[in-house]
Write a new protein. Structure first.
Length: 238
């Protein structure tokens, strides 16, 4: 018998941020924002860094609250240079569970439900005629945002809405460390609808207790055994 539990103790500490209000935008501006964020949230390879000037050139087309956030990240990237930026990326996203870019992790954690959640992403991509690179997990945020920008915006909107808790927890985590990538995630959330009260409550629960974990089996006294199921948070992307 599998019993999903929520991690004990504080996952992020006390919430520091309130949900951002949506910023009025057109469908094209949403696509530009999501494509820009897809590039900026991915690992800063030489190939990816070469796209930064293109992103910078598109900022003039975006609403000021969105453009200023993306500009803030680009200014930081230019200031620190490629080597330090790469180090900061690894420290932020590869070494901190609370800052994972794999959206379904926040709601499903290391449980069997994660596999089902990943299937829902794959099915959405296939419904729109897209096949995901085998080296990447389907809930990787840059992939979802690219799908929103150049694929099926409506289906991508469903994926983002159903994983809004993950986005909000990620935004809180990045904001708590003053990460420059926090501005990029904020730009994305500015293009999404208001956070409902129910979603906000779930976000606060995750901030407090962390994603679910799964204890496999119960002993004869009804106590959880200590064997854990394992679903990798990460995936190949470099």
């Amino acid at each position: 018998m599998s019993v999903p539990l929520y991690g004990r103790g504080s996952f992020l500490g006390r919430p520091r941020q309130s949900p951002l209000a949506p910023v009025p935008h057109t469908a094209r501006q949403r696509a530009l924002t999501h494509m820009a964020a897809s590039i900026l949230l991915d690992y800063p390879t030489t190939e990816n860094l070469a796209k930064y000037p293109v992103v910078a050139g598109a900022l003039a087309e975006l609403p000021a609250p969105i453009a200023s956030r993306l500009r803030g990240y680009l200014d930081h990237a230019e200031q620190v240079g490629p080597d330090q930026l790469s180090q900061e990326y690894v420290t932020t996203f590869d070494l901190k569970r609370k800052c994972t870019l794999y959206l379904s992790y926040f709601l499903t954690g290391d449980t069997r439900k994660r596999g089902m959640a990943l299937v829902s992403f794959v099915e959405a991509y296939r419904a729109a005629g897209f096949e995901l690179d085998a080296n990447e997990l389907p809930d990787y945020l840059p992939v979802v945002l690219e799908f929103s920008a150049v694929g099926d915006a409506e289906l991508a909107g469903v994926l983002l809405s159903s994983n809004r808790e993950g986005l909000e927890v990620l935004r809180e985590a990045l904001g708590s460390t003053a990460s420059p990538w926090g501005q990029v995630v904020e730009a994305v959330t500015c293009t999404l609808p208001h956070v409902s009260g129910a979603v906000r409550e779930r976000v606060l629960d995750i901030i407090s207790g962390g994603p679910p974990i799964e204890m496999v089996g119960l002993d004869g006294r009804g106590q959880q055994q200590t064997e854990l199921t394992s679903v990798s948070v990460g995936g190949e992307r470099r």
